[in-house]
Design a protein around this ligand. Structure first.
Ligand SMILES: Cc1cc2nc3c(=O)[nH]c(=O)nc-3n(C[C@H](O)[C@H](O)[C@H](O)COP(=O)(O)OP(=O)(O)OC[C@H]3O[C@@H](n4cnc5c(N)ncnc54)[C@H](O)[C@@H]3O)c2cc1C
Length: 268
């Protein structure tokens, strides 16, 4: 009998990311930083002095700007004329949750070895700090950038379909795309992916859980950019692509951005 191999990594862990964000906000505030929540950037203008950021809560003037807007980052960067050759493609990841009485089946994070030709890891099992176990995600094209309830946005969907890179990708990977869509619609197909790791899980043990939407930047030739991508604007740096594990690496990405800003200042 062939026994599937696995590595146990005792150092692997999971954190409460909301608490991480709250701590970061506390540190920023303690060092004199000002956080403006519910403030949407609507336009970016150059001035002789620096940049003016127009928002729904008034204008802000700065010598230098760093943007990092996730699913909207291409639009924000393009307000300043940067990142014209890329497009954000929203990929929904569906999840299931193990019913409480079956949570004992998963005591750790259970991840597969990623297929290097895709930017996504594939279905895996995650035990959260509160004991919840989530199974997922798959990766299907979403019908709008922020459609967490599968809302259809005609303009955004057409924007994706008419982007030349998307058509190239769809042509190349139509089979995998159909399989992922099937997994999204069919619980049994999703379950099969989970059973590769934990064969004991049965259909009645899992229930649908909220989905996530990945911000995945694509180039015009259909390449899914799988690395972090920082792009310079006139007086700005745009974090154009920050896919998973950008949350885990956020402090290192922050250091890279800070170094880049410092170098740009030195150059004048
Ligand atoms: C389902 C799922 C699971 C994941 N799991 C992991 C994981 O286990 N580990 C890991 O490291 N990463 C994980 N990731 C990836 C991680 O969440 C992202 O890489 C990371 O959040 C990217 O950070 P960001 O700042 O670029 O974007 P976001 O975190 O999306 O932040 C962008 C912010 O910009 C704001 N914004 C957008 N437009 C505007 C505008 N016009 N004006 C002002 N603000 C604006 C948004 O409201 C948002 O608050 C996961 C992602 C998903 C979807």
């Amino acid at each position: 009998m062939r026994v599937p191999g696995a590595l146990h990594v005792p150092e692997a862990g999971i954190i409460n990311y909301r608490q991480v964000c709250e701590k970061c906000a506390e540190i920023v505030a303690s060092r004199g930083g000002d956080m403006r929540l519910n403030t949407k950037v609507e336009a970016i203008r150059q001035t002789g002095y620096g940049v003016v950021i127009e928002t729904n809560n008034g204008d802000f003037e700065a010598k230098f700007l760093v943007t990092c807007a996730g699913l909207q980052e291409d639009r924000v960067a393009q307000m300043e004329g940067a990142g014209k050759d890329v497009r954000m493609i929203p990929f929904r990841g569906d999840y299931y949750a193990l019913k409480p009485e079956k949570r004992y089946l998963v005591k750790n994070l259970v991840y597969g070895v990623p297929n290097p030709i895709y930017p996504f890891l594939g279905v895996h099992l995650v035990r959260h700090l509160d004991g919840d176990v989530h199974i997922g995600p798959n990766a299907v094209l979403n019908l709008s950038r922020e459609g967490y309830q599968r809302e259809f946005n005609v303009m955004e969907f057409a924007e994706t379909l008419f982007f030349p890179g998307f058509r190239k990708l769809a042509f190349k990977y139509w089979e995998e795309g159909l399989q992922e869509t099937w997994r999204s619609l069919h619980k049994g197909a999703f379950l099969k992916a989970a059973q590769r790791f934990v064969p004991e899980i049965q259909s009645e043990d899992i229930e649908a859980a909220p989905c996530g939407i990945r911000a995945q930047m694509m180039t015009k030739d259909g390449t899914l950019i799988d690395d972090f991508l920082l792009v310079d604007g006139l007086r700005s740096v745009h974090v154009l692509n920050a896919p998973s594990p950008a949350a885990t690496c956020s402090i290192e990405i922050g250091k890279a951005v800070a170094e880049r800003v410092a170098q740009r200042y030195e150059r004048g």
